[in-house]
Design a protein around this ligand. Structure first.
Ligand SMILES: [Zn+2]
Length: 285
């Protein structure tokens, strides 16, 4: 893989909005040595999410996209959220910051797939884990952090949408319980702590106006990337946006369906509306 992270769009902030897609990469590093095949490993992928938002770059919005798969290492986790059950000897020599996701097999490096199957027939060494963090996870988080900081520096505020998609129905280890059906969109602001409540409400209103069913913080509240670099009191706003895969793809074959283009247009309309909103928020400040 050439780069762990790609930034689509401008080379410096032109608008107060930043998008990032941490889970749409699918270039598998050769040293992954998983026990399950790539098709199954891509079950953890937010397929086509970078492509769905790509037209936003024509509006001057930067889109940061991971190139590596989420099942190799998850950029949407704290770098010290180590699953000790996946580690040789079960001991981590650095700080340990467990989020509770290890119990679902979905800490920094996933141990199991959504259906509970083990991803590896081995444990990972500390050196291997450290290398995945240094070469993939750290560059991703650093790139996003720098873009948010540069945007805030230029405009006095930053608005960040963390872009994801979700399976239509939860797997046995999925959030919300097995078999639960998802809404069209789920907005996550970690119970109102990662952005101004008005930003969440605005995005909800725009999507509801397009006819979508939208839920907030149920079952996805947002994880590390909306937490780490946000501070609403200082004008740094981060919101997670989960799109139901059934709106744009066939989950069984992992191909786009007829809904893709319409959704892509609606997401561009959402970005346009958000740019109007952010401009008025900056005038108010
Ligand atoms: Zn995701």
């Amino acid at each position: 893989m050439k780069n762990a992270v790609e930034v689509h769009g401008p080379t410096a902030p032109r608008v107060p909005l930043v998008l990032d897609s941490p889970h749409s990469g699918f270039v598998f590093p050769a040293d992954m040595r998983a026990a399950v095949g790539e098709f199954d490993l891509r079950d953890g992928e937010d397929c086509f999410i970078d492509e769905l938002y790509r037209p936003a770059t024509e509006r001057g919005v930067a889109l940061i996209a991971a190139q590596f798969p989420r099942t190799y290492i998850d950029p949407n986790r704290h770098s010290r959220d180590i699953d000790l059950d996946l580690l040789e000897g079960g001991r981590w020599p650095h700080e340990h910051v467990p989020s509770g996701k290890a119990e679902l097999g979905k800490a920094l490096i996933w141990r199991t797939l959504d259906d509970g199957r083990a991803i590896y027939a081995r444990r990972l060494s500390v050196a291997e884990t450290e290398a995945r963090i240094a070469n993939y996870h750290a560059p991703y988080q650093r790139t996003l952090q720098q873009w948010i900081a540069a945007t805030h520096e230029r405009f006095g505020a930053s608005f960040h949408i963390n872009c994801h998609s979700m399976n239509a129905v939860a797997g046995t280890q999925g959030e919300g319980g097995a078999g639960s059906e998802r809404a069209d969109f789920v907005l996550g602001d970690r119970d109102g702590t990662t952005c101004a409540p008005g930003f969440t409400a605005f995005v909800q209103e725009v999507l509801t106006g397009m006819g979508y069913r939208v839920k907030i913080n149920d079952p996805y509240k947002g994880v590390e990337l909306v937490r780490a670099f946000s501070n609403p009191a200082q004008g740094r706003h981060s919101l997670q946006l989960e799109i139901n895969k059934r709106l744009y793809m066939n989950e069984a074959t992992r191909s786009k369906h007829d809904g893709f283009e319409g959704l892509q247009k609606n997401l561009l309309a959402l970005v346009d509306a958000v740019l109007v909103y952010t401009a008025s928020e900056l005038r108010r400040a």
